[in-house]
Design a protein around this ligand. Structure first.
Ligand code: FES
Length: 104
């Protein structure tokens, strides 16, 4: 599936906010991210306790907006690689979904 399958409303929110959760028609939960011009789509499951990273639809980032922050226990993730760089799951990764990412 090309990125065009991510609804325009979600893409607009991502451009404004940096990262938003997105639940596809089939019920799968994703995290759509744009960072430094790079689009990423991850499965919205934190590798720490297998919970969604967002809280009530809000995805948190560090104050300098360089890392994603899990709303549950504060794990921090590189928004491009998905690697957990700090917190209880350091060294693990979010699962990327390249088929939903931009082709360019
Ligand atoms: S579930 Fe994400 S840090 Fe614990």
């Amino acid at each position: 599936m090309p990125q065009q399958d991510i609804p325009e409303t979600i893409r607009t929110q991502v451009v404004a906010q940096g990262a938003v959760p997105y639940v596809a028609a089939d019920g799968r939960a994703y995290l759509v991210v744009q960072h430094a011009g790079v689009w990423r789509v991850f499965v919205n499951v934190c590798p720490h306790r297998r919970l969604p990273l967002d809280r009530a639809g809000q995805v948190f980032m560090t104050e300098d907006r360089t890392l994603l922050v899990c709303a549950n226990h504060g794990a921090r993730f590189d928004p491009v690689t998905g690697e957990c760089v700090a917190g209880p799951c350091a060294g693990k990764r979010l699962q990327r979904v390249p088929a939903l990412e931009a082709a360019s």
